[in-house]
Design a protein around this ligand. Structure first.
Ligand code: FBP
Length: 712
C-alpha cells in the first residue's frame, strides 16, 4: 500500500483494502449468511406426515368452543418423516404447488428470517413451483394486500440474520369484522393455500381467529411462537411441556447479559455507581431471570416473586385482631424500595457502595396498587372509546386534560359508565405520584389493549423512592460505608494518632468485624466533634484531627446511580446459533404442517433442552389453549401468557443464590461473564440456562419448597 500521505482521495476510495473496510458486510456477516443449520431427523426424509399424539389433553374454555368451532377439536400432531414411495395421494398433496403467505406480527425477535428460510427451503424442495409471499409491515400488509415475493436471492440475504428487516413487522390486530374480511379478501385474491403468522401470544390468538374465519375457504393458518419475552411456554392440562421457549428469547437474554456483565465489571472497578438495568419483558420476568443466571448481578427483581410476597408481621397482627388484612398480600412500591435500600445498605456496610440491580420491565404489573391503577385506567379508556366512538388520547391530548377528565368522573360531573370505577381515593392516590409516572400509566394501550411498559420509566419510579428513603436512612445514621479495620489503623498511625484510643469512640463494632461502622449518632462533622469533645479528645474550639476527618468522610455515602434500558438493542441482535437452528427447524415444521393439511396449529419443537438429535417437531392446537382475559375493559378470548413460575427449578435456584450474588460481605463479588454472542467457535453456551434448569426437575409446591429450604 502506498504511503498514506501520498495517496489521492479518489485513489484511496478505489483501493480494494478501503472498499473492504467500508463495505456494508464484514467477514462474520458473510459467514453467517452462508451457514446452513442442521435439520431434525424427520426432515431428512423426502416427505413428512403427521401423527396425532393423544397423550396430550387440554381443558377447553366454553367460549373457545363457541368461537373457534372449526379448530377446537385439533390435537397435538407429531411430524414424522417417511419416504415418498407409499401413497400417491399423500405424496401428491405434499408436493403440490402452493401459494404461501408469511407475516411477522409484534416486536422483532432474533431468528424470524430463519423461520422464513426454513419454510422456503422445505417448500421449494417439495415443489419448485410453490410461491412464497411476505406481507409487508405486519398484519397491515394482509389488510392492505401489500406483499413481496420471497425469492432465493432475497431469502439468502437474510439467513441467520437478526431483526425482521426483510418484510418488517407491525402491531395491528385483525380484531374487527372489517379488518377480518379485508384480510380474507387479500388471501383469497392471492389464491393463498396457507398463511403463516409469526408472532407472540396475541398474534397467535389472531392466527386462531384467522384459521376459523378462512376454514371454509380452505386457507390454512399456522402460527409460530415468537417473542423475546419468553412468555409463550405451552404445557398440556397434565403439565407436559409442548413448547418450552419462544424463539428469540435466548438471543435477547444473551445480548442483555453481555452488556450487563460489562457493567458489573465497570461497577466493580470504579466502585462508585449503582447501575439500575431495566430489561425488556412486557409482563413476565423470564428475561430478568435468565439475566440473573447469566450475570450473577447483585440483585434481580422478579415480578412474579414480588406478587407472591406476604407481610408476616401484618398477617400475624390481623390474625390476633381477628380481621383480614388484604394489604398484607403482595408487595407495595414503598416496601419494594425498602427492600432495595436494605441491599444497598448491606453492601455499603462492607465498603461496597456500588452494585448492579436488574429490574424487569413489567415489574410494576406485579405491584398491587399499580395493577389496580392499570386495570381501572384501561377500563376507563376502553369505556370512553366505545361510548364516544372517539379515541380517549385524541380527545384528551395532554396530561392535564386527562387528569381533569378523571377528576370530573369523581365529582360525578361525567356520568359515563366509568364514573363508579374511579373514586376520590383513587384520584387522591393518583395525584400523589410523579407526573411522568402518571403520564406513563395513562399512556396509549397497544392495538391488543396491552399496557405499554416499555414507555414507562419504571427504573426512575423506583429510583425516586429509593433515593428518598436512603436520604432518610442517612439522616438517621443507618446508611454508612464500612471502613476496613486495617485502613483505619494505617490512616491513624500515619497521622500520629492511636487507633486503640479512637476506635471505640468512633465505631459501634470496634474489634468485632473487619468493616467498622461509624456510630449511628455521628451523622455530621458537628456530631463528630461533639462525640470527640465528650470523650475528652478535643475541646470545642479544636479542629477535628485530619486522619479522623478523612475516615469520617470516607464513611459518608453518596448514592450515585446510572439507569439503563436493555430492550430494543438486544431484540435487534443477530441470533445465537441456538436460535438459528431452532427457527430454521420451526420453519421446516411449518411447511410439514401445511403440506399435511393442518390449520389452527402452532409449530413447535420438543426437547429443546436436549441434544439436537432428540429435537422433535410438532404442531400444537392453538384453540384449546385459549381462555378469557380482560382487554381494554372487556373479556376477550386470548392465548394465555406464561409468567415465571416461582416454584420452578430456575426461580428456586436463583432464590437460593440471592445472598451469594448480593455479596454483602467482605469477600469478592461473584459476577459471571457469559461473553458476546459468538457465531463461530465451540465455547458458546448453546441454550438458555432457565431452559436447562426447568427441564431438570419437578416444580415444587409451596409446602415442598419450605421443607426443602429448611433442610428438614
Ligand atoms: P412481542 O410480545 O410482540 O414479541 O413484543 C415484546 C416486546 O419486545 C416487549 O418486551 C416490549 O415491552 C415490547 O415489545 C415493546 O413494544 P414496542 O416495540 O411496540 O415498543
Amino acid at each position: 500500500m502506498p504511503e498514506p500521505s501520498n495517496i489521492r482521495l479518489d485513489k484511496l476510495l478505489d483501493h480494494p483494502a478501503v472498499a473492504d473496510a467500508v463495505a456494508d458486510v464484514n467477514l462474520e456477516f458473510k459467514e453467517r449468511i452462508a451457514y446452513r443449520p442442521p435439520v431434525c431427523e424427520a426432515f431428512k426424509n423426502p416427505i413428512t406426515h403427521l401423527v396425532t399424539d393423544a397423550q396430550y389433553q387440554f381443558k377447553i374454555d366454553k367460549e373457545a368452543h363457541r368461537q373457534l368451532s372449526h379448530i377446537i377439536d385439533n390435537a397435538v400432531q407429531r411430524v414424522e418423516g417417511n419416504d415418498d414411495g407409499d401413497d400417491d395421494d399423500v405424496v401428491r398433496r405434499y408436493k403440490k404447488a402452493r401459494n404461501i403467505g408469511i407475516v411477522f406480527s409484534g416486536g422483532p425477535s432474533p431468528g424470524g428470517h430463519n423461520v422464513i428460510a426454513g419454510i422456503f427451503d422445505a417448500a421449494k424442495a417439495a415443489n419448485p413451483q410453490t410461491r412464497l409471499f411476505g406481507f409487508l409491515m405486519g398484519p397491515d400488509g394482509i389488510i392492505d394486500g401489500d406483499t413481496v415475493e420471497l425469492t432465493h436471492e432475497l431469502v439468502d440475504r437474510f439467513r441467520n440474520v437478526g431483526g425482521f428487516t426483510m418484510i418488517k413487522t407491525g402491531r395491528t390486530k385483525i380484531d374487527d369484522e372489517n379488518k377480518m374480511s379485508l384480510s380474507r379478501e387479500t388471501c383469497k385474491n392471492m389464491e393463498l393455500d396457507a398463511l403463516v403468522v409469526v408472532g407472540g401470544d396475541d398474534s397467535n390468538t389472531n392466527a386462531a381467529f384467522l384459521a376459523q374465519e378462512m376454514f371454509e375457504d380452505g386457507i390454512q393458518v399456522i402460527g409460530v411462537p415468537k417473542t423475546i419475552d419468553g412468555d409463550i411456554q405451552v404445557r398440556d392440562a397434565g403439565g407436559k411441556v409442548l413448547c418450552a421457549m419462544s424463539f428469540g428469547f435466548h438471543t435477547a437474554a444473551r445480548a442483555f447479559s453481555q452488556a450487563i456483565a460489562n457493567l458489573c465489571t465497570d461497577a466493580g472497578s470504579d466502585v462508585k455507581y449503582w447501575h439500575v438495568c431495566k430489561v425488556m419483558g412486557r409482563v413476565a420476568s423470564h428475561l430478568a431471570l435468565e439475566v440473573a443466571l447469566q450475570t450473577h448481578a447483585n440483585m434481580t427483581l422478579i415480578g412474579e416473586d414480588l406478587a407472591d410476597y406476604m407481610d408476616d408481621a401484618r398477617l400475624e397482627k390481623a390474625e390476633k385482631e381477628g380481621v383480614v388484612d388484604y394489604t398484607a398480600y403482595g408487595m407495595t412500591l414503598r416496601h419494594l424500595s425498602r427492600v432495595i435500600c436494605d441491599a444497598i445498605l448491606d453492601r455499603a456496610a462492607v465498603g461496597k457502595n456500588y452494585g448492579v440491580l436488574v429490574v424487569p420491565e413489567g415489574v410494576l404489573e406485579f405491584i398491587n396498587e399499580i395493577q389496580v391503577f392499570i386495570i381501572k385506567l384501561s377500563t376507563i379508556i376502553g369505556n370512553f372509546n366505545k361510548l364516544h366512538d372517539q379515541d380517549f388520547h385524541t380527545a384528551f391530548p395532554t396530561l392535564n386534560l386527562k387528569l381533569e377528565y378523571l377528576r370530573r368522573l369523581v365529582r360525578g360531573i361525567r356520568k359515563d359508565v366509568s364514573y363508579h370505577v374511579w373514586n376520590a381515593r383513587d384520584d387522591e392516590l393518583f395525584n400523589d405520584i410523579p407526573s411522568f409516572f402518571q403520564e406513563g400509566l395513562l399512556t396509549e394501550r397497544d392495538s391488543h389493549g396491552n399496557f405499554q411498559f416499555s414507555q414507562v420509566e419504571t427504573e426512575a419510579v423506583l429510583l425516586g423512592l429509593v433515593k428518598d428513603y436512603l436520604d432518610l436512612l442517612k439522616e438517621k445514621g443507618h446508611y454508612k460505608i464500612g471502613i476496613q479495620d486495617v485502613q483505619f489503623v494505617k490512616t491513624l498511625q500515619k497521622g500520629g494518632l492511636d487507633p486503640e484510643l479512637y476506635g471505640p469512640i468512633l465505631f459501634g463494632n470496634w474489634k468485632q468485624a473487619r468493616f467498622l461502622m461509624i456510630k449511628k449518632t455521628i451523622i455530621s462533622k458537628k456530631t463528630l466533634t461533639s462525640t470527640l469533645v465528650k470523650a475528652g479528645f478535643l475541646s470545642d474550639e479544636d479542629p477535628i484531627p485530619a486522619p479522623i476527618e478523612k475516615i469520617f468522610e470516607q464513611s459518608v455515602p453518596k448514592f450515585k446511580n446510572q439507569a439503563h434500558f436493555y430492550g430494543y438493542d438486544g431484540r435487534g441482535s443477530n441470533p445465537t446459533r441456538f436460535d438459528c437452528i431452532y427457527t430454521y427447524n420451526l420453519g421446516r415444521t411449518v411447511f410439514s404442517l401445511i403440506a399435511n393439511g393442518a390449520t389452527g396449529q402452532m409449530a413447535a419443537i420438543l426437547n429443546l433442552e436436549q441434544d439436537f438429535a432428540n429435537w422433535r417437531p410438532i404442531g400444537i392446537p392453538i384453540a384449546p389453549l385459549m381462555h378469557l382475559e380482560e382487554r381494554k375493559g372487556k373479556l376477550e378470548l386470548v392465548l394465555e401468557k406464561s409468567i415465571v413460575d416461582i416454584h420452578s427449578p430456575a426461580f428456586r435456584v436463583v432464590k437460593m443464590f440471592r445472598d451469594k450474588w448480593l455479596a454483602a460481605n467482605p469477600g469478592e463479588d461473584h459476577y459471571r461473564h457469559p461473553g458476546p454472542i459468538r457465531f463461530a467457535g465451540t465455547s458458546e453456551e448453546n441454550r438458555p440456562i432457565t431452559l436447562l434448569l426447568n427441564a431438570m426437575g419437578g416444580h415444587l409446591s409451596t409446602q415442598d419448597e419450605k421443607v426443602a429450604e429448611s433442610g428438614t
